[in-house]
Design a protein around this ligand. Structure first.
Ligand code: SF4
Length: 263
């Protein structure tokens, strides 16, 4: 802690189980990071920005239009954000937090971030996953595990999310390798993930003799995350019986997201 720096120029650091937040009062700047030091979001003078895991930045805001409020999410140039990140890094010694080893480790990780390391991190994410088309809004903090790719139905006329991705269910070896690679990628940042989302668009079509061992295997890799969700179309719902759903519920499946077709 540097006592020569005025209070308003010090960085306040809040360390939580799932994330780290820094606050610089004089510039009204907030950063949030996961526990691996990976930037999650940034607040600067009234503007809110989010980083995606593939290393793109978006500005989130609310706009009024004809008396109604709409949420907007707009892709932005990351250069101004990265220069503010560099400013944070150069001020990290001016913090008013009494250090623990945990704070120090996290600060060190944040201090080592560079535009190149963030891009490499985004590339690692892209190597881990085929494109993730969509998630339910309450699953944005979920850990996605793609036990299948694409959409088994893939015929809704309004939807092009998986048109170019042939549907397939992964083998058990592929699922295990995928889960272990995800665990290695997120590292300490796993504490930010509060459930597991089984991808892609209709993972519950997977036959029970593959789905049950796959979920058990995933639970073995991520014992700290006990809740699962997945999309499910109505036809798949009919293919599974109440015994199947009871078994999946006992394994942690809390809510299949049912899709009602609109084609
Ligand atoms: S079931 Fe979902 S992902 Fe598949 S085509 Fe229809 S809307 Fe798209």
């Amino acid at each position: 802690m540097n006592r020569q720096v005025p209070d308003r120029d010090r960085i306040s650091i809040s360390l939580k189980t799932s994330s780290v937040t820094t606050f610089h009062r004089s510039s009204n700047t907030i950063w949030s990071f996961d526990r691996a030091g990976r930037p999650l979001g940034h607040f600067y003078q009234g503007h809110t920005f989010r980083r995606t895991l593939d290393n793109r930045w978006f500005e989130k805001s609310r706009k009024m239009y004809q008396g109604e409020t709409f949420r907007t999410v707009i892709p932005i140039d990351s250069a101004p954000i990265l220069s503010r990140l560099a400013a944070l890094q150069s001020n990290l010694d001016h913090r008013d937090t009494y250090d623990t080893a945990e704070v120090q480790n996290t600060i060190n990780r944040i201090g080592r971030l560079t535009p190149e390391s963030l891009e490499a991190d985004g590339q690692s994410f892209r190597n881990l996953y085929s494109p993730i088309g969509i998630l339910p809004p309450d699953q944005y903090r979920a850990l996605v595990i793609q036990i299948s790719e694409g959409c088994h139905y893939n015929r809704c006329t309004f939807c092009s999310l998986y048109q170019d991705i042939p549907f397939r269910i992964k083998t058990m070896d592929e699922i295990e390798a995928h889960a272990l690679a995800i665990k290695s990628f997120f590292g300490k940042g796993l504490s930010y993930r509060n459930s597991i989302f089984l991808g892609d668009a209709n993972a519950l079509i997977t036959p029970m003799n593959v789905l049950v061992p796959a979920i058990k295997q995933i639970r073995g890799v991520f014992p700290e995350i006990t809740t699962f969700t997945a999309f499910m179309d109505v036809f798949t719902g009919y293919k599974k019986n109440s015994r199947d759903f009871t078994a999946l519920f006992k394994l942690g499946l809390k809510r299949p997201e049912t899709i009602v077709f609109g084609n």
